[in-house]
Design a protein around this ligand. Structure first.
Ligand code: ZN
Length: 261
C-alpha cells in the first residue's frame, strides 16, 4: 500500500487493459473525470473482470464499499472505461479522461445507497485528482451523462451534491427567478429551450433519443423522478445547470487568457 504526501492510501492491482493517450503534438491533457458503478455482484468479481485481458475493459481506480481504493491503470495511460460516449460534441472520451469505478451491484443486481466510507474515499480521490489535473467542473460527469442510451451509472442514488460541496462537479442551488417555471406542467414548457439547454450543458442529443437524454439529465440533476418527461421542474433545473456551465466556462476562459497573456 502506498500513500502519497497528500493523497489517499492506494492498493495496486494492475490491469493489462490500457493504451497510449497519444503522442505529442496530438496528445491532449487530461481534462475529464468519469464516475461509474461496477454493476456486478461483488467487488472481487468486478476487479477480476476489470483485470481480465479478454474483457478489454478497465478503469484507473476502483473504490470498494468500505472505502478500500485500488489503482488498476496509471493515470498517464488510457483506460477502457467510457466506451462509445459523447460530451459537448466530442466522442470517444477515454483519451482525455480518468475513470473511477465505484463498487455497487447496480440496477441489475440490487442497486443500493453508496455507504459513507465509500463516499468519503471517492471524495478524497476526486479531490486528489482535481489537484493534479485541470478538470473544469462541467467535465466531471457520470457514465450515464456521456452514454445515456446505454448506461445508467452511477445512478440516481449517487450523492453528487455532496461532491459538489467539496468542489467536485456542479450542483447549483435553485435560482429564485425560476420559481414560476417550476410550477408548470408537462405540455406548458418549451421543448426547444430545454433541448438547447441540454446541449449547452454537454449532452449529445439526437432527435430520436431526446427522452433518453432528458432521463439521463434528471437521473443526475433531479433524481426524484427520471422518466424523461419535460415538466416545469426539469426545465428550471436545466436552466440552472446551463447557467452554471456558462459561468464556469467564462471563468475557465479568463483563466486561460491570463495564463497566456
Ligand atoms: Zn460505467
Amino acid at each position: 500500500m502506498t500513500k502519497s504526501a497528500m493523497g489517499p492510501a492506494i492498493r495496486e492491482r494492475p490491469s493489462p487493459n490500457h493504451g497510449s493517450r497519444g503522442e505529442p503534438p496530438h496528445m491532449r491533457p487530461i481534462d475529464m473525470l468519469v464516475l461509474h458503478y461496477t454493476g456486478m455482484q461483488s467487488a472481487a468479481a468486478a476487479l477480476d473482470r476489470l483485470c481480465d485481458a479478454a474483457a478489454q475493459v478497465s478503469a484507473h481506480y476502483v473504490v470498494e464499499e468500505d472505502g478500500t481504493l485500488w489503482r488498476l491503470v496509471p493515470e498517464a495511460r488510457r483506460a477502457y472505461h467510457a466506451g462509445v460516449s459523447c460530451w459537448h460534441g466530442e466522442s470517444g472520451l477515454n483519451h482525455v479522461s480518468i475513470g473511477i469505478e465505484i463498487v455497487n451491484p447496480g440496477h441489475e443486481w440490487g442497486y443500493r445507497r453508496f455507504p459513507e466510507p465509500q463516499m468519503a474515499a471517492v471524495e478524497a480521490l476526486c479531490r486528489d485528482i482535481l489537484s493534479r489535473h485541470r478538470i473544469p467542473p462541467y467535465r466531471v460527469v457520470g457514465h450515464s451523462d456521456i452514454a445515456p442510451d446505454r448506461k445508467a451509472d452511477p445512478g440516481e442514488l449517487f450523492d453528487w451534491p455532496r461532491l459538489a460541496r467539496a468542489g467536485i462537479g456542479l450542483w447549483p442551488p435553485p435560482a429564485p427567478g425560476l420559481a414560476r417555471r417550476r410550477g408548470r406542467g408537462v405540455g406548458l414548457v418549451s421543448h426547444a429551450a430545454a433541448l438547447a439547454d441540454l446541449a449547452r450543458i454537454g449532452y449529445c442529443v439526437s432527435a430520436a433519443a431526446e427522452q433518453v437524454a432528458l432521463a439521463a439529465f434528471q437521473r443526475r440533476f433531479r433524481p426524484e423522478r427520471w422518466d424523461g418527461l419535460l415538466d416545469g421542474e426539469t426545465c428550471a433545473r436545466l436552466a440552472e445547470l446551463r447557467m452554471a456551465v456558462e459561468a464556469a466556462q467564462a471563468a475557465e476562459e479568463v483563466r486561460r487568457r491570463t495564463r497566456f497573456s
